[in-house]
Design a protein around this ligand. Structure first.
Ligand SMILES: [Zn+2]
Length: 196
């Protein structure tokens, strides 16, 4: 589906925000920001293309099926955060021993794939491909794993660049097919925006 979202049809999950806090400016601007993003032209196409990259490379990394989520505003008791759409990342803190070697190479591809898909399939630039959060998270993973495993170099920028090149190559050479991409986009839409 293309076209402009009707934000009134989209439910923003804010169940962690106490009702009394919903009148705060911080809650309001986060809500407005989500609504503005939902109203961008081709929003659903853009979101589903980006998330399809993560979905496909999560599967290739043998990670459990990713949990996809839609517009969310969270309050953890101290701070607000919000997200328009996303994929729940694997739990690093309790599984750090697993996050070494080849696994981190595959995880890097899963992290970069959202942005690379938007560049390759929709002509976005590296600057506006929506991967800032993906990078932050990947960098944090690398730093944590580096403390645990000193036998390898977990240099995040180097790993990020290599992973980007690999995902681009996979798309250029049709290792990832259009059918796979369409299926992943449909999976995202069915889970996150079933009413659209
Ligand atoms: Zn992403």
């Amino acid at each position: 589906m293309t076209g402009v979202f009707d934000p009134s049809k989209v439910i923003i999950d804010d169940h962690t925000v106490p009702n009394v806090m919903k009148c705060l400016e911080e809650y309001k601007w986060r809500r407005e920001e989500i609504e503005a993003r939902l109203c961008l032209p081709n929003a659903i196409e853009v979101f589903s293309t980006h998330e399809a990259g993560h979905i496909i490379y999560f599967k290739l990394a043998n990670l459990p099926a990713p949990i996809l989520f839609g517009p969310t505003i969270e309050y953890d008791g101290k701070r607000f955060s919000h997200c328009t759409v996303g994929v729940k990342p694997p739990d690093l803190e309790n599984n750090v021993g697993y996050f070494t070697g080849k696994f981190m190479i595959r995880l890097a591809r899963a992290a970069v794939a959202g942005g690379v898909f938007l560049e390759a399939l929709m002509g976005y630039s590296e600057k506006d491909n929506g991967d800032a959060d993906d990078w932050d998270l990947f960098e944090r993973y690398c730093k944590t794993v580096q403390r645990y495993d000193t036998t390898r170099d977990y240099n995040p920028p180097k790993r990020w660049r290599k992973a980007r090149a690999k995902v681009k190559r996979d798309l250029d050479t049709n290792i990832i097919t259009m059918t796979e991409i369409q299926n992943a986009k449909a999976e995202f839409r069915a889970q996150v925006f079933p009413s659209l």
